[in-house]
Design a protein around this ligand. Structure first.
Ligand code: SF4
Ligand code: SF4
Length: 182
């Protein structure tokens, strides 16, 4: 049995990013309480790692929260400039303050702006006039676990063909066998 799910993706073209930070501004405004009541990039779910002198700007999206630091560290050197450890990591973790609500310290995560179903594209993409952020969607087939109703229908069909006694016998035999093997 299969169903479909939608995969949402934002493609980031670092070469097109000019460091304007409009993405941070609109994301923080969208997530303000009440919505659009304030702007504070520290609340944004996207942050632009900037090095204006080297003309390098790398947008990074807030990802999963983890309560454990990595055992190791990553450090990138791009065009001769070495960036801080963990600079391009999406995780919200205890080793740095990035992607944490400034007042409460609670973790922030990009939610693709899903709380507003009228949006055709995430707001950071709409506000990125340099086209460094491009939104794409695709659907994928996924296996769907049978529901309780599906199981009822299947058992009823078997009982109609073989009789309830035989079906119950078979279930009992299988559960004993499964118990032995587990
Ligand atoms: S809005 Fe676009 S160009 Fe501006 S900082 Fe964000 S990703 Fe870069
Ligand atoms: S997709 Fe929405 S929530 Fe995620 S960073 Fe962009 S504006 Fe913020």
């Amino acid at each position: 049995m299969s169903a479909t799910r939608t995969i949402k993706k934002i493609k980031i073209d670092v070469d097109k990013c000019n460091g304007c930070r409009a993405c941070e501004v609109i994301c923080s405004a969208f997530h303000a309480q009440p919505r659009y009541s304030s702007v504070n990039p520290a609340r944004a779910r996207i942050r632009v790692i900037r090095d204006p002198l080297a003309d390098i700007f790398v947008p990074v999206y807030a990802g999963e929260y983890t309560d454990a630091e990595c055992a190791g560290r990553d450090q990138y050197t791009i065009d001769g400039k070495t960036y801080e450890e963990c600079a391009f990591c999406r995780s919200v973790c205890p080793s740095r303050d990035l992607f944490k609500e400034p007042d409460s310290g609670l973790p922030l995560k990009c939610d693709m702006c899903e709380s507003d179903p009228t949006l055709t594209e995430p707001l950071c993409v709409q506000w990125c006039l340099a086209d460094a952020l491009v939104y794409e969607e695709r659907t994928e087939e996924v296996e769907k676990a049978p529901s309780a109703e599906d199981v009822d229908v299947g058992l009823e069909a078997l009982a109609n063909e073989h009789g309830w006694a035989n079906v119950l016998d078979a279930i009992a035999r299988m559960s004993v066998k499964t118990g032995r093997e587990s």
